[in-house]
Design a protein around this ligand. Structure first.
Ligand SMILES: C[S@@+](CC[C@H](N)C(=O)[O-])C[C@H]1O[C@@H](n2cnc3c(N)ncnc32)[C@H](O)[C@@H]1O
Length: 234
């Protein structure tokens, strides 16, 4: 993927198309090394510090993650967002679920039990299309998007969450030199969240030994950081 600074009008359109085609080809060719066959360990370890059971959780750029089911089983209403339709279809097929599907414009919504799975471009959503949530869970989402859109992404999290919403964000810092996952240094993360989310670093550890695919790409470290946050403002 490449990086551009201009993010409006025809460029935005072009950027969206390039990003969609990048991710669609990852899904269609089965290059989904980011997908875990179990709930994410950081979620299991830290979610209790974010939420009790109940309330709604926004899961941007959710893929077909087992985290969706884990959160729903804790009693949350889960709102996953993913723009590759086959990822949504696989999620439900693998569980033998037949979701109720509705479509409005460019947004399709797959509903089953406590899960609302939106097949849509995350940046195109509004509080009118997705009810703002009480919690946000970001794993491999901020680090997956085009770097020039990070602030816009954080503002979308703000727009799609409720006053006082709590956040669990899993970030990566590495030295591969390209992404995704893109490396985001602490100073940059804090700058993007300034005035929007208040962040605290809860945990960090080098996961390179557990994730050989990153060493194969040239990484000498792959630090996974777990940030907890609170939404600022109304
Ligand atoms: C690195 S994967 C992470 C998936 C999931 N969070 C997980 O932990 O398995 C990023 C996902 O975001 C999706 N994606 C990328 N840009 C998106 C966008 N603008 N709107 C919705 N989904 C997007 C991709 O198709 C991909 O499935």
């Amino acid at each position: 993927m490449f990086s551009v600074q201009v993010d409006s009008g025809p460029f935005l359109h072009y950027l969206r198309a390039v990003q969609y085609s990048f991710w669609e080809s990852r899904w269609s060719s089965g290059q989904i090394g980011f997908h875990l066959d179990r709930p994410n360990p950081a979620l299991l370890a830290h979610w209790a510090d974010v939420a009790d059971s109940g309330g709604s959780v926004l899961v941007p750029l959710c893929g077909k993650s087992h985290d969706l089911q884990w959160l729903a089983e804790r009693g949350h209403t889960v709102r996953g967002v993913e723009f590759v339709r086959s990822a949504a279809e696989e999620y439900f097929e693998e569980r033998g679920l037949e979701p109720h599907i509705t479509t409005a414009g460019d947004v399709s919504r797959f509903d089953a039990a406590r899960l609302e799975f939106y097949v849509a471009d995350f940046f195109a959503l509004t509080p009118a299309s997705v009810t703002p949530s009480d919690f946000i869970y970001d794993r491999a989402a901020l680090v997956a998007i085009e770097p020039s859109r990070r602030r816009q992404y954080i503002e979308q999290l703000h727009a799609l969450s409720r006053r006082g919403a709590r956040l669990l964000l899993v970030n990566f810092v590495h030295d591969i030199g390209s992404g995704p996952p893109h490396s985001i240094e602490v100073a940059e993360l804090e700058e993007h969240c300034h005035g929007v989310f208040e962040l605290t670093l809860r945990d960090e550890r080098d996961i390179l030994a557990d994730e050989p695919r990153f060493a194969q790409r040239g990484a000498t470290h792959m630090v996974e950081q777990v940030w907890l946050g609170s939404r600022i403002g109304d």
